[in-house]
Design a protein around this ligand. Structure first.
Ligand SMILES: Cc1cc2nc3c(=O)[nH]c(=O)nc-3n(C[C@H](O)[C@H](O)[C@H](O)COP(=O)(O)OP(=O)(O)OC[C@H]3O[C@@H](n4cnc5c(N)ncnc54)[C@H](O)[C@@H]3O)c2cc1C
Length: 506
């Protein structure tokens, strides 16, 4: 595995070790894909080495290698997509949530178990609740010092074999709590809890030697001591976990794309068509070049995001950007690898068809591509608000066209209808077709928002201005045609390019 210059000596050493070790396990993984056994022996070996604890702090029995170490383990173990997914699940099944929101007692109780490789599951999705995760119906009712859980959860990786379930349930139906996302609470539900049963094991692509299913919760008692975070804090716990989850999924998918490359190149070097190896065909070389590019960028994105997490940064934007780019990239990489290899790639005798299936899964699981894009959009608009400020423009004295303004406007301390309408009429000339935001307008007027709104409302009542209101109130304004006429004579708005001669204008 290629090292990054910012990795610590320990992380580099770990990458070399874990990669060699994963390679030793690959044959047994291949066997269990055919026999469809759950490869407990592989997990046992991983646990003995303590590698599941890569991201667990040292004081709780882990290797203390941070999100970077966790990603290194995930990338290496995903040469075996089935067990690799379960290793990811184990780390996801509470690690970040407990580190960030757990009490000292919970950290001491659960983190060493994660480090030892106990199988964990992340339990959010329900039969009627997918992308809209805040709509969870599974309920938790507090009775004394025990919460009683009722509901169903589906698509759960490791359903039936997990020792620990990081679960989210509804603890309030109050409209105020729902609006404020304070209606959910996070819990650790342990294997063997009375009333917790497996309703179904799914037949689903990419799950040959591991399992995925539906869990049923019927009056399941969960000690209040297993509540992670405060009651009503479940949404925050979940989103903290999701950013981490998405980063690990990126490491996982990076491992798959690399494995697709590892298969396609030696295959094409040994396949002769038209008297020459198929690797010599330019179309195949282009596909391999695309695969190499995807792997390179995927690794940079994954480990950059993990590094930011280790530095304590908010990685909402980075982890979602990485998930979209890498998971779509891994799927395309697997398709390109299959195309290079031809028909043989479609058989399970080579692992590329499995890589295609698992890559498709990660375009849906752990946040669909659409869900991630929504997060990217919302986060970027908020975080990059300064980047998205409207540049002030003015009409160029000689050219008569809008150009960026060289200076800020002189702010006026007094406003009246004429000044506001004049500004909106000018905006019609410099930003054709756009409304002006109240924020833009306040760059010209040093007055309270209430005063500006008062003038705008008067102009609206007179039909000279049209306003756009959002939930927050008045957001945008424009001059109506009557307003433009009132502000200036028609000639004021005229402009023709210099090559238009008078005979061409009636
Ligand atoms: C193999 C596999 C493993 C999984 N493992 C787990 C697990 O271990 N634990 C767990 O809790 N869950 C798990 N999931 C569930 C997974 O997180 C959900 O499948 C996913 O969140 C999407 O929900 P859905 O399948 O119900 O699709 P839906 O939510 O019904 O969405 C259908 C389509 O509509 C789109 N869509 C929905 N809402 C919007 C919107 N507002 N804007 C734009 N597009 C939208 C979606 O992107 C999608 O393309 C797993 C799923 C799979 C397939």
């Amino acid at each position: 595995m290629e090292h990054f210059p910012w990795w610590t000596h320990e992380q580099k050493k770990f990458a070399d070790e874990v990669e060699l070790f994963a390679e030793e396990l690959v044959p047994r993984d291949a066997e269990t894909r055919w026999t469809r056994e759950f490869p407990r022996d592989i997990f046992q070996k991983i646990s003995e080495r303590g590698y599941s604890g890569a991201g667990v702090p040292k004081e709780y029995g882990g290797l203390g290698l941070g999100a970077t170490g966790a990603c290194i383990a995930c990338e290496a173990f995903n040469r075996m997509p089935g067990p690799g997914r379960t290793v990811v699940g184990n780390m996801l099944g509470g690690l970040r949530q407990i580190v960030e929101y757990g009490t000292q007692e919970q950290k001491e109780r659960f983190l060493p178990r994660i480090a030892k490789g106990e199988t964990g599951a992340i339990v959010i999705t329900e039969p009627f609740v997918g992308t809209d995760a805040a709509a969870i119906e599974t309920s938790a009712r507090l009775e004394g010092d025990v919460y009683v859980l009722n509901g169903k959860k589906r698509f759960i990786v490791a359903a039936g074999v997990a020792d620990r379930h990081m679960l989210y349930a509804r603890t309030s139906n109050s409209p105020d709590d729902i609006r404020a996302h304070k209606h959910l609470t996070a819990f650790i539900v342990e294997k063997g809890a009375p009333g917790l049963t497996v309703e179904k094991i799914n037949e689903i692509i990419g799950f040959d030697n591991i399992q995925n299913g539906v869990l049923n919760f019927e009056n399941v008692p969960v000690p209040a001591a297993n509540r992670i975070g405060k009651e009503g804090e479940g949404w925050r716990v979940m989103t903290a976990g999701l950013n981490f989850e998405r980063t690990l999924i990126c490491a996982q998918a990076t491992g798959w794309a690399t494995e697709a490359l590892r298969n396609a190149v030696p295959f094409a070097q040994r396949r002769i068509q038209f008297g020459r190896p198929t690797i010599d065909i330019p179309e195949n070389q282009f596909k391999i070049a695309n695969l190499v590019s995807k792997v390179k960028i995927a690794r940079i994105l994954t480990y950059y995001t993990a590094h930011l997490w280790d530095l304590g940064w908010d990685i909402t934007l980075e982890s979602n950007v990485a998930k979209v780019y890498i998971c779509e990239g891994a799927l395309q990489a697997s398709l390109d690898a299959m195309q290079v290899m031809g028909g043989d790639a479609l058989t399970p005798f080579y692992p590329v068809e499995e890589i295609m299936k698992v890559s498709k899964i990660e375009n849906i699981a752990g946040g669909t591509m659409e869900a991630c894009r929504l997060v990217i959009f919302r986060t970027a608009v908020r975080q990059w608000a300064d980047e998205f400020k409207m540049r002030r423009r003015v009409i160029h004295e000689k050219l008569g066209v809008p150009v960026p303004a060289a200076s800020l406007p002189e702010k006026q301390k007094q406003i009246d209808e004429e000044k506001v309408l004049g500004l909106l009429a000018e905006d019609y000339r410099v930003n054709p077709g756009l409304h002006m935001s109240t924020g833009d307008m306040r760059e010209y007027f040093d007055v309270e928002t209430a005063r500006l709104e008062e003038v705008l409302l008067t102009l609206e009542n007179k039909g000279l201005v049209k306003l756009y209101r959002s939930k927050k109130g008045i957001e945008l304004a424009k001059a109506t045609y009557d307003g433009l006429d009132k502000a200036h004579p028609a000639e004021y708005y005229r402009w023709y390019p210099s090559w238009i001669t008078k005979d061409r204008i009636f």
